[in-house]
Design a protein around this ligand. Structure first.
Ligand code: HEC
Ligand SMILES: [Cu+2]
Length: 309
């Protein structure tokens, strides 16, 4: 079970970011140190068990306890704490090349890019340019969540009414897994996201696209279904009359790699199930299922949603 954590997109030892590289030596030092201390303690226990009982001086025993049991642990833990605080200082820097606000919701992520031209709203996926430092300003809407991209660096709690900060500087291209690392109720385990690292030019093009209003063809039957079913009460399609704020912004939904906060591939089949069989896809969430949608109306809605690129 432990080894299963050693590969894949959630692997925090793959060091896909500068921050993760800062944390890594601390981890290995702690592992090596712990192994050494464990060996010494177990060795001493075995020795004590085997050795013949001989009288010893009390002063000697007391000295051993004070140095081995108080001074040594204090020095070791103190040194690790100081090292950790220095690392923390690097992880919570106050500025970056780019600022992104992420708001933890039950059970998804509201994501807002701050650009010179204004705010760009998206959800459930963050994209970052390679080699640039992205500053995340983190908040939570309801309960405490925690923002974590294991391959990139430290995790940071998201606390209602307070803003916390975290910087990530990706060093490897790819799509890395992110997740909520603080139990937040029902669908907590399904509260994930993708952290996609792109070449800076590709990133700029993506952000440009993301900032544009929804592209909707007049008279698209799927758009009619979307309006009829009241999806717009909870979801926003920028530039249209759908301005709901309860759920994720869907303006460029199909440009995301995954559906449902990082849990399903973005395919028409999954999209249809998301709408009709939501309880099986992600139970207990704040979106009603529409089991009665079927046939042409469902097909039209699904192809409409899949066209929101
Ligand atoms: C009562 C509010 C509400 C209504 C009405 C609603 N949704 Fe949602 N929707 C949500 C919430 C909340 C989420 C996020 C759920 C989660 O992942 O925890 C969501 C998530 C989604 C997602 C996944 C988004 C993503 O980033 O992967 C899609 C797609 C979606 N809704 C489509 C629809 C469609 C289509 C309709 C109308 C048929 C609709 N919703 C009606 C609240 C609503
Ligand atoms: Cu959470």
């Amino acid at each position: 079970m432990l080894l299963s954590g050693c590969s894949g997109r959630h692997n925090w030892l793959s060091s896909a970011g500068e921050e993760a590289q800062t944390i890594e030596p601390l981890f290995w030092t702690v592992v090596a140190g712990a192994a050494l201390i464990w060996t010494l303690v177990v060795g001493a226990a075995v020795f004590a068990h085997r050795a013949e009982a001989k009288p010893h001086r009390e002063q000697q025993a007391r000295r051993f306890i004070i140095w081995g049991g108080a001074v040594l642990p204090t020095v070791v833990v103190g040194a690790l704490l100081i090292w950790g605080l220095f690392i923390l200082r690097d992880l919570v820097a106050d500025e970056g090349d780019l600022t992104v606000r992420v708001d933890g919701e039950r059970w998804w992520w509201r994501v807002i890019y701050e650009t010179p031209e204004g705010e760009v709203f998206t959800a459930n996926e963050i994209r970052m340019p390679l080699g640039k430092t992205t500053l995340f300003r983190l908040t939570a809407d309801d309960v405490i969540h925690s923002f974590w991209v294991p391959a990139m660096g430290g995790k940071m709690d998201m606390i209602p009414g307070r803003e916390t900060k975290l910087t990530l500087t990706p060093t490897k291209l790819g799509s890395w897994g992110g997740l909520c690392a603080e139990y937040c109720g029902g669908a907590h385990a399904l509260m994930r996201f993708d952290a996609v690292v792109m070449e800076p030019e590709a990133f700029d093009a993506w952000l440009q696209n993301e900032s544009s209003p929804a592209r909707i063809t007049e008279g698209d039957p799927g758009w009619e279904v979307f309006l009829d079913e009241g999806c717009g009460a909870c979801h926003t399609l920028r530039g249209t009359e759908a301005v709901g704020q309860v759920g994720p912004d869907l303006t460029h939904l199909a440009s995301r790699e995954r559906l449902g906060a990082g849990i399903y591939d973005m395919t028409p089949e999954n999209m249809a199930r998301w709408i009709t069989d939501l309880d099986a896809m992600k139970p207990d969430i704040d979106m009603p299922a529409y089991p009665y949608l079927s046939g042409d109306r469902l097909d039209a809605l699904v192809s409409f949603l899949m066209s929101l690129k």
